[in-house]
Design a protein around this ligand. Structure first.
Ligand code: KG4
Ligand code: ZN
Length: 359
């Protein structure tokens, strides 16, 4: 039985979790930062300060829920990159301190590897099929990966400009709907008429699998500027048109990617935007039409940033017995599963030096 404490502070969520065997969530707590709502985006300096203020409460609540103590942990996993440097610093410092204090192995986790690992939470290991294609869509990323297993991954494509989640946030801001925009835009879109506005489908060249959302965002901006009276019917119709454009782009590009990778067994959809029901259904259709299985995190709380996915990621790293390719974690040490299992308490040099993981 392996208990891993996962810590995630890369953006504006202070998130902790205790996960058993990379799968069962024993305790999980996240403290968000509504402070940023008024600005329509994250203010880095404020985010850093709030992480420093909130981490202890999130940590204690997580341990209480899990019925465990720090000394029950077999490892501590922490997001080391990518993210806001000053936000990462809280998680990394806390992780280093707790690990050094109790001589618990510390496992740095790449945030995107964490999102991919969210698929394993509250699922059996064998439910995830390889080769696996994973579409990571969040406020900072729109990245498509192909994984042969959890130790070998290659990037297929990414956005050339804005991430899809960021476009959701910006559209919400333009319409005065608050932050984060994704869930609000989804609610408005469900009530709107997508045919009212003709928005562009950003699809560079036909075989090109990259994404782009800045043109779409700019068109929404122009239409909002031209409108004198922004009422609820304008908002719902604009949200519906925007979401329809994102859906079209996703299904076209992922469809092409699956056609170009005919041996893929499963399509995974992860990251904050995978909480979106309409986009999930659309991607599920694209997969099932090709007899490919579709998976997404079993709960919305596993789609958006959380500590459990970081703990699950550390478990996958240990299970694989080696580091994933450099796309994920250039600074990651090669972890020897056997050594870890035997207990590393006497081998203090194995613990990363404080601050090492923030570059
Ligand atoms: O993965 P995440 O929590 O943080 C990052 O790593 O960025 O993703 C947050 C993003 C935000 O842009 C938010 O607006 C978007 O996920 N999001 C959604 C939905 N829920 C969250 N986008 C569309 N529909 C949703 N239901
Ligand atoms: Zn994320």
């Amino acid at each position: 039985m392996h208990n891993i404490l996962g810590i995630e502070t890369s953006c504006d969520d202070t998130a902790f979790a205790v996960v058993e065997n990379g799968q069962q969530v024993l305790g999980m707590h996240r403290i968000g930062q509504p402070f940023h709502n008024q600005y329509g985006g994250v203010v880095p300096e404020a985010a850093a300060r709030l992480h420093a203020e909130n981490w202890q409460q999130a940590y204690e609540e997580t341990l209480t829920q899990s019925g465990k103590t720090l000394t029950d942990m077999d490892a501590i996993a922490v997001t080391f990159a990518p993210g806001l440097q000053t936000s990462l610093l809280t998680g990394v410092t806390v992780a280093n301190t707790l690990a050094a204090d109790r001589c618990i192995p510390l496992i740095p986790v790449h945030h995107l590897y964490g999102h991919i690992s969210s698929l394993f939470l509250e699922r059996k290991q064998e439910e995830i099929l390889f080769p696996l294609m994973v579409f990571i869509v969040s406020g900072g990323h729109t990245h498509l990966y192909r994984l042969e297993d959890m130790a070998h991954a290659r990037i297929i494509s990414a956005t050339r400009d804005d991430a899809a989640g960021e476009a959701y946030d910006k559209v919400a801001k333009m319409l005065g709907l608050g932050y984060p925009g994704g869930p609000i835009v989804e609610q408005y879109a469900a009530k709107g008429d997508s045919a009212r506005f003709a928005l562009p489908r950003p699809l560079p060249a036909k075989t090109d699998l990259d994404f782009s959302f800045s043109g779409l965002k700019a068109t929404v901006y122009r239409l909002v500027q031209q409108q004198d009276d922004i009422d609820d019917s304008f908002r719902t119709d604009m949200c519906a048109a925007f979401e329809a454009a994102v859906e079209d782009t996703f299904t076209r590009k992922i469809g092409q990617a699956l056609t170009q990778n005919p041996d893929i067994k499963q399509l995974g959809f992860v990251g904050g935007v995978s909480a979106n029901t309409r986009l999930s259904r659309a991607l599920e259709r694209v997969a099932t039409e090709r007899n490919i299985d579709f998976v997404k995190p079993v709960k919305t709380a596993f789609s958006t940033d959380n500590g459990a996915m970081i703990a699950a990621a550390a478990y996958q790293l240990l299970r694989a017995g080696l580091k994933p390719e450099k796309d994920f974690a250039p600074a990651l040490p090669v972890l020897d599963l056997q050594t870890w299992l035997e207990g590393l308490c006497e081998e203090r040099d194995y613990l990363p030096k404080p601050g090492l993981w923030v570059q």
